[in-house]
Ligand binder design. Structure first.
Ligand SMILES: Nc1ncnc2c1ncn2[C@@H]1O[C@H](COP(=O)(O)OP(=O)(O)OP(=O)(O)O)[C@@H](O)[C@H]1O
Length: 327
């Protein structure tokens, strides 16, 4: 649905250049929620602004719904942009307009007749759970309600794609949960494709089917969550399923194993103990119900050095279980 190829963007100031995008490629499948995770300054906002061409990349292509936006003249681009909704961290509502007025505004600019507008606004407010608040002003709303208005407005033109720029970063944890639940629900019910940027791993855990880690204008890693979890040495998997620093236990083997999907159903520790006659101890672990799948990471202790445990380690890896020896 969204296909980005080798995007580059350099900001040129008088004294210095900043490479905000350094060759980013990305494919977001139709109906998927894709999260781009990164620290401040990684280039996430620039990437998002390049998807609807609010920012022109220096090179590379952006294709949305089969249309190469980078090749379009400005007028066609304005029309195509309507197929891409956007929500913002600080909501970007018009304070002088009511809730209904804010949502209606998005329809007015596209020339929807007044009678149709009123019906559509009512539908949209119901969709985001704001029935009864049509006549309130933004100042009278909580942060979560403001973001619901932002979402209703973004969906007004019935877009195929929604871009989310840190949509929950200004909200408390409970409100964040309810907004993420709403986005996941809209994704399911409307088949809405969502590309979001965030610095919060929890957002990726809760609703994303695919994710990327962005650093210094590049993707350090990306992929479907299920694939990432099965990838040995994955940085994203380690972030999704965090374990603290490993203890240093000379003469013994500390290993982290990641289980997900089918492997999460296996009686792994019993199998390991039986096959290799080892006393397996659990040093730590985390199990998460991710949007994509249930997954866990266990830190195990085996007697003997890693060399002594080669058969067990080989068996784990051959069984498709990402296994990392920590000590
Ligand atoms: N308009 C601009 N002019 C000059 N430099 C810019 C501009 N916009 C962004 N940058 C620089 O480009 C780099 C990437 O910025 P960007 O805002 O895309 O990162 P980000 O990951 O979204 O971070 P944040 O969450 O802080 O917005 C940063 O070094 C930033 O200072």
């Amino acid at each position: 649905m969204i296909s980005i190829k080798d995007l580059r963007k350099v900001y040129r100031g008088r004294h210095r250049e900043v490479t905000a995008l350094d060759g980013v490629s990305l494919d977001v499948a139709e109906g998927e929620i894709y999260g781009v995770l990164g620290r401040s300054g990684a280039g996430k906002s620039t990437l998002l602004r390049c998807v609807n061409l609010l920012e022109r990349p220096d090179s590379g292509t952006v294709t949305v719904g089969g249309v190469d936006l980078t090749a379009l003249p400005e007028r066609r681009l304005r029309t195509e942009r309507r197929r891409i909704g956007m929500i913002h961290q600080h909501f970007a509502l018009l304070s002088s307009r009511t809730v209904a007025g804010n949502v209606s505004f998005a329809l007015e600019v596209t020339g929807v007749p007044r009678a149709t507008r009123a019906r559509r606004v009512a539908e949209l407010l119901e969709l985001v759970g704001l029935e009864g608040r049509a006549n309130a002003y933004p100042a009278q709303l909580s942060g979560g309600q403001k973001q619901r208005v932002g979402i209703a407005r973004a969906l007004a033109a019935d877009p195929a794609v929604l871009l989310s720029d840190e949509a929950t970063s200004a909200l408390d944890p409970e409100t964040t949960d309810s907004i993420l639940a709403l986005l996941a629900d809209l994704n399911r019910r409307l088949g809405l494709t969502i590309l979001l940027i965030t610095h919060e791993m929890d957002v990726v855990k809760r609703i994303c089917h695919s994710a990327a880690i962005m650093r210094d204008g590049r993707f350090a890693e990306s992929g479907r969550i299920a694939d990432v979890l099965a990838r040995p040495g994955s940085e994203l998997a380690a972030e999704l399923l965090r374990l603290g620093p490993a203890p240093d236990l000379p003469g013994q083997t500390v290993l982290d194993v990641t289980v997900s999907g089918d492997t999460a159903e296996r009686p792994l520790i019993a199998e390991l103990a039986r096959r290799f006659e080892v006393d397996v101890r659990i040093l730590g672990g985390t199990v998460e119900q991710l949007a994509a799948t249930r997954a866990g990471r266990l830190r195990l202790l085996l007697p003997g050095t890693p060399a002594d445990n080669t058969p067990a380690l080989t068996w784990l890896r051959d069984s498709g279980i990402p296994t990392e020896v920590r000590a």
